[in-house]
Write a protein that binds this ligand. Structure first.
Ligand code: ADP
Ligand code: MG
Length: 594
């Protein structure tokens, strides 16, 4: 057996070493864009223009009106660990700039052809340098405006492997756009301009953070946003949050900044999601731009090589701060879904299997459905449909933003129709009642005990062997909500009590339906506590359904009860309970105004 002679240890040629090191900084075209924008911001630019061609592979050009680089230092800027931003290791503890490692320019120039034209304010002429694949090609003077233009061509021309890892042009372009948008959020006082193949993608003048955040979310979403500002225990929070109506199927409309730096943060994403709990479907994500200020000692920005993530010392406190701030903002805002004749592509689809299972499925309950529930006041002898209109006013304790509604009647045995300030109001009777019952169940449970209603004649319910086996696990949760059961035979239970709220429905049927919901695939509710899922099931199977005929007083009572809930604008599935069609929209239908 022959052993190959061992190669001697050698220091790598500089170009090879640089190309390897570059891999850490320059992962894809967007990394170049990020580094160069940061350099421009560090140079005090007030205006930054980004041009790209072919997803940044052919060209990335960034022009700023910042401080510029003196001609004498220009070639030094391409040396590794050459920086004007720190002088010694001790400076690392109080960094005020985006960059400081002195690696961006040499790294980019190792894998592309980079030309810098730059003119500091006090200089007459601009200086120019071109470095390609780590080799200096030209140095000289040039004409140029104050500031710096960095042109990056043929990215990864000498690193085919890296080039092979790039995603489609559309994807890489999208990442570049996101990168510019993130920088634009971090520096709203700076004007940003982005073009792709000469086509304008983003133009943002200097503006406030709120205005910039709304611009980045886009006009369609910005219309339905609210401002959040709060000083929490660990973080100061400023944000623009989308109303439930514009929640998105993906997280692409969430932005987080910590101490002015755009970051990704699963923690903050979860916090925002938590604040929207039950306000939007579980498979949707709120649109949000949240900027946090925390004491520097409370946050570690160096856990990620490109500083794209951070770690909080007191992450639980930060989480709670964000949940509370966003919740408060939501509770101060009328969250009535505004609808138009064309809901548009961003309109959330009607989600939730539980919703559909009721629409038309069950036979209509005998008129008047709510009279027997005992939960919405006694409506017996009340006015029927077609009786004179009732002017309904919210009680003093109505949720903020809850509209004053003049009740008109019922539509399709499914919706309560009303008027509010000239707008058409529609309330989904099932969703509305679900919200009312759910909050009552949870409130009573939290207050230390559900109200159970003992059954005069305990019923025996055959739940089948599979569910009977589940019962032992479910027992505490069932009891907590008011279901008292004892085993009866191999596949049955004796039902002794049900939640007081749910006495309207046949107890056996209700119990079986709840077990079905809990025993089956938890679907979108998988993340929720058992008690909550049971409360949802109970409320869902107790609530009036589509097809139930409601009297005027019953509808009034339902609206009244809904107005008292904490989150009256959606049911716990995140479906809207109430929508509003603006009067001016109606006018358009009838060509009353143009
Ligand atoms: P770092 O940003 O970590 O200092 P870079 O390699 O990104 O390292 O840049 C090296 C140096 O070049 C910077 O410290 C700065 O002095 C100078 N420089 C780079 N880009 C610009 C720019 N757009 N305007 C002014 N100076 C710049
Ligand atoms: Mg830099």
């Amino acid at each position: 057996m022959t052993v190959a002679p061992r190669p001697a240890i050698q220091v790598l040629p500089q170009t090879a070493a640089e190309r390897i090191a570059a891999g850490e900084v320059v992962e894809r075209p967007a990394s170049v864009v990020k580094e160069l924008i940061e350099n421009s911001l560090d140079a005090g630019a007030r205006r930054i223009t980004v041009e790209i061609e072919a997803a940044g592979r052919a060209l990335i050009r960034i022009t700023d009106d910042g401080a510029g680089i003196p001609a004498a230092e220009l070639s030094l800027a391409f040396e590794r660990f050459a920086t004007s931003k720190i002088r010694a290791a001790s400076d690392l503890t109080h960094i005020r700039t985006y960059g400081f490692r002195g690696e961006a320019l040499p790294s980019i120039a190792a894998v592309a052809r980079v030309t810098v034209v730059t003119r500091p304010r006090e200089e007459q002429a601009a200086a120019r340098i071109t470095v390609a694949g780590g080799r200096r090609e030209a140095v000289g003077s040039a004409s140029g405006a104050e500031g710096t233009t960095v042109t990056v061509e043929d990215l990864f021309f000498n690193t085919p492997a890296r080039r092979g890892f790039l995603k489609s042009d559309a994807r890489e372009t999208a990442v570049i756009i996101e990168t510019v948008e993130a920088a634009a959020l971090a520096a709203p006082e700076v004007a940003f301009h982005l073009t792709d193949g000469g086509r304008e993608v983003l133009w943002a003048p200097p503006e406030s953070f709120a205005a910039r955040a709304r611009r980045i979310l886009g006009a369609g979403l910005a219309e339905h946003t609210l401002e959040v500002a709060a000083a929490g225990a660990a973080a100061e929070i400023l944000g623009i949050v989308g109303m439930p109506q514009i929640a998105q199927p993906r997280r692409t409309h969430q932005w987080f900044l910590v101490n002015g730096r755009p970051i990704r943060s699963p923690l903050l994403a979860r916090a925002v999601g938590q604040a929207f709990h039950t306000l939007i479907p579980d498979d949707r994500h709120p649109a949000a731009v949240i900027s946090l200020r925390v004491t520097p000692a409370e946050v570690d920005v160096n856990i990620h090589p490109r500083k794209a993530e951070v770690r909080f010392v007191h992450d639980r406190t930060v989480f709670d701060d964000v949940v509370r701030a966003v919740r408060r903002g939501l509770h101060e805002t009328p969250l009535v879904h505004a609808v138009t004749a064309d809901p548009g592509p961003s309109a959330p689809r009607a989600a939730g299997r539980d919703v559909l299972s009721h629409a038309g499925g069950a036979p209509a309950a005998p008129y008047p459905a709510l009279d027997t529930t005992g939960t919405l006041g006694n409506a017996a002898g009340g006015a029927g449909i077609g009786e004179p209109e009732v002017l309904w006013r919210p009680r003093a304790s109505a949720a903020p933003g809850w509209p004053v509604i003049r009740l008109i009647g019922q539509l399709a045995l499914t919706y309560i129709v009303g008027e509010s300030g000239g707008d058409l109001i529609l309330v989904d009777q099932h969703a509305a009642h679900e919200r009312v019952l759910y909050e009552r169940l949870i409130a009573r449970h939290e207050a230390g005990g559900a109200q159970a209603q003992g059954l005069v004649t305990p019923g025996v319910v055959d739940v089948g062997p599979a569910h009977a086996a589940l019962l032992a696990d479910l027992e505490p949760a069932l009891r907590a909500l008011g279901f008292e059961v004892e085993p009866f035979g191999p596949s049955g239970v004796r039902l002794l009590s049900v939640p007081a709220i749910a006495t309207a429905r046949a107890p056996g049927e209700l119990f079986r339906a709840c077990l079905e919901d809990l025993g089956g695939d938890p679907g979108p509710h998988a993340g929720r506590a058992l008690e909550e899922r049971l409360a949802i099931a109970t409320a869902c199977h107790t609530a009036v359904r589509a097809g139930d005929r409601l009297t005027m007083p019953t509808m009034e009572a339902l609206l009244d009860d809904l107005a008292q809930t904490r989150d009256p604008f959606s049911c716990f599935h995140g479906r809207p309970t109430i929508v509003r069609m603006r009067g001016r929209e109606l006018e358009r239908w009838f060509y009353r105004k143009t």
